[in-house]
Design a protein around this ligand. Sequence first.
Ligand code: ZN
Length: 1002
Amino acid sequence: MSQQGYVAAPPYSQAQAGMGGYSAGFGNPPPQSHYGAYGSPPQGYSAPPTGKVNLLLLSSVLKLAIIIIFIFFALVSFPPPVASAPSMSPYGQPPQSAFYSMAQAPPPTQQLTNQMSAMNIGGYGTPMQVPQSPSSSAAPQQYHTSPPPAMGHPPLSPPGQQLSSFGSPPPMATMGSVAAPPMGMSGPPGPGVHQPPLGPQGYPQQPGAFPGGFPGGPAQMAGPPQKKLDPDSIPSTTHVIEDDQAKRGGQVYVTNIRGQVPPLVTTDFTVQDQGNASPRFMRCTTYSFPSTADLAKQCKVPLAAIIKPFATVPKNETPLYIVNHGETGPIRCNRCKAYMCPYMQFMDGGRRYQCGFCSCVNEVPVQYFQHLDHMGRRMDLYERPELSLGSYEFIATLDYCKNNKPPNPPAYIFMIDVSYNNIKSGLVKLICEELKTLLDRLPQEEGAETSPIKVGFVTYNKILHFYNVKSALAQPQMMVVSDVAEMFVPLLDGFLVNFQESRAVVNNLLDQIPDMFADTNESETVFAPVIQAGVEALKAAECSGKLFIFHSSIPTAEAPGKLKNRDDRKLVGTEKEKTLFQPLRGVYEQLTKDCVAQGCCVDLFLFPNQYVDIATVGDVPSHTGGSIYKYSNFQVEVNGQQFVSDLRRDVEKSIGFDAIMRVRTGTGFRATDFFGAVYMNNTTDVEMAAVDCDKAVTVEFKHDDTLSEESGAVMQCALLYTTIGGQRRLRIHNLSLNCSSQLSELYKSCETDALINFFAKSAYRAMLNQPLKTVREILVNQTAHMLACYRKHCASPSAASQLILPDAMKVFPVYMNSLLKTPTLVGSTELSTDDRAFHRLLVNAMGVEETQVLLYPRLIPLHTMDVSSDAIPAPVRCSEERLSESGIFLLENGLSMFLWLGQACPPDLIQNLFNVPSLGHLSSEGMSLPVLDNAHSRKIHSIISSISQQRATSMKLLIVKQKDRSEMLFRQHLVEDKGLHGGASYMDFLCYVHREIRQLLT
Ligand SMILES: [Zn+2]
């Protein structure tokens, strides 16, 4: 029983710079009562000395009227009868009207035409005669059957119109109708101006002509639709992705150069670690930091790293080496506590080394001494991962363990809501069936035959049922705790078991659970006591672990953490909108602390039919490194497979427990802010009850001094955690960046995908405290500011009417605009509050890969695919413009997947894919994609499966026919178009940002 918390011990006890945690993060002995918020202290259960546990438990059991029932009898005695009608809770939601906005706003293409017509294009920039546009203003839509050319974007305009050199700097414009140069080609650099090798693009635009209404609201219309601007003339994300894949795809990325910008997250490359962490583990918003705080302030480009410490390493890359320094533990700088790494400079014949972070000169411990070669490098440089690699692990000594004791292997507790809804939907049966096979696939240590992870089972509705599944039992035993106000675990022995040993009893239990509750009428549930029970069980077992909670409804039963419906959509658009996303504190806040202190991660699988207050029930998972999944209106036939895939992946994935992360930096800057599914008890220690391969922490840096261009900006992320086998380890990731007094270096080294990850997470946090309108304005202002600063300080002189974008950020505006239109930020009463809160929590834990595809989905044309090729067809821009009536498109954003069928798609393709003669034979509801024995069907299934493997969650395929109602669900992901729930089109946004930039520059 570790009631005393961690005993502070070196090196963790050194508050000024150790991992720091145990004195502050983990260290404070928990108050005598762990139930502060629950009222009276627990009875006799807080700290029983080992050996007396069972006795004390028994007294608790008796005192609190525990019923011990053999399952056999339970079959008879359950469920407790409830008079009220099942599931008829008073928490109705306003009727959904997800599609009404389309009736009010013109379709995106129309909108664009209207707005462009209001902009008096042509009055600015270098006039240029351009080919006549084939587009008809009367046509509501224009289809392009093939993707636009990768290079060159001829602007189009109607006859008689002069179009400024949209997309082209003045010198190029003289090329006449050839129009714009390829993206990234630069005009000649101005005198004294440092020009990035791939220079800016010009996007001249009429100032002040933006029709207004931005952000969020619909733009004002002016004038009849007349002109149409070629969307190909604005920077394209798909081109940028294709270009990077062409340039750097299939290559080995060697991490031996400081400040080197890695390939894009979308590019397929292999990493070879030669002294800096793989971009899979750490990615930065820029790889060249400005040398002073003033410069950083001037450009307003956030300095941040997105760290995914457990990122999956592909099979063709080397897994992390494990370094064991024996009893002395890892070697660390005496002053800043940084771990031995390639940035330590050995001197004095190898007897001393200078820390690359704080410059302190340290003695080399005798057992670590090694001679230096003529270059001053240690002779054993390449034999020691910690001297030559960016990422590696140290075996931690007892000093790094709670109470100086090696940790126990973690436990997984499955906690199933057996209230009426979950029984009726077949969910409980599905979970129990699935667990029988899944428990054989718990994570294992490499080379081990079985998993060391123990498992336990709880079912609940208004009360909790614990199960004794000790291997010696013939039948599982149930223990009921009805006093949910003072949750405790009624049994220790037999609750957490090794599945292999208890297989028969566990399977017996899983067989019986669905029958036991088959006739339940109970529709009320508790929630906080469920988490409390889980964390108490782990406490009692002195281990870390994970709770898998399968929950369906807002917890209204009388218990701590009881919630009521507070989904007031009248608040949307008001100052108080933020309250919809603020979790209710109190009990949940205390639970978070308890969970983090115990290393108890909470994964929440939600199956709501109505509002469940995700902002609150998702609060503990989102602070404990947990995941949240949501399957609205769950039906086994419809989303059973999706849920099962998610559950499997979640149970099997690689994970570390009881983690604490510290990011150290070189002198002159430091980590100031952290975003992720983490808990912060102080300003430096990032605590995670668990961290898995999908969780990323975004870290913001600020200057506190001038950075040296010579030494650059170095950072080291150290993550202390417990392996599934119960070993304490330190995972180290090092990264070195450049520093420069030239802002052009910063802009040249920017990473748009990382930037947008930072902006998404910081905006989603800011919206808890500020009106959404303010948050959106800040995002737009900062976008304009970053680009204006580039224009002012880095770009060659050009007409003010031109929009000049840094090459590395040229698609930043499309991502930013997409972020502004996400359900969370867009602020529409048509969107469910839970969906918005859910989205907010998801993004908070995402890495760069996930935010990239979320904010710019892949739209893949399938009707033109080469069935003999293995490749996924090249995506096209996410706009209605790119759809074709005779086409079929797949769209995915990492969370949802759609198959869109054009009205005129060829019958033979429909026959091959669906085994029906034409589109008309497909019903609009509940379509599925059969597996058929022909090349097209095989190809499309192979594309879908290959995409699914790349994503952290399973995506249910939704098939939509053009012009069907459900098409709107698909269309909201066409992020270049005007938002269905508000928000500008990409083109409008660019124009607006350009106007803002011009204002900033004058
Ligand atoms: Zn140091």
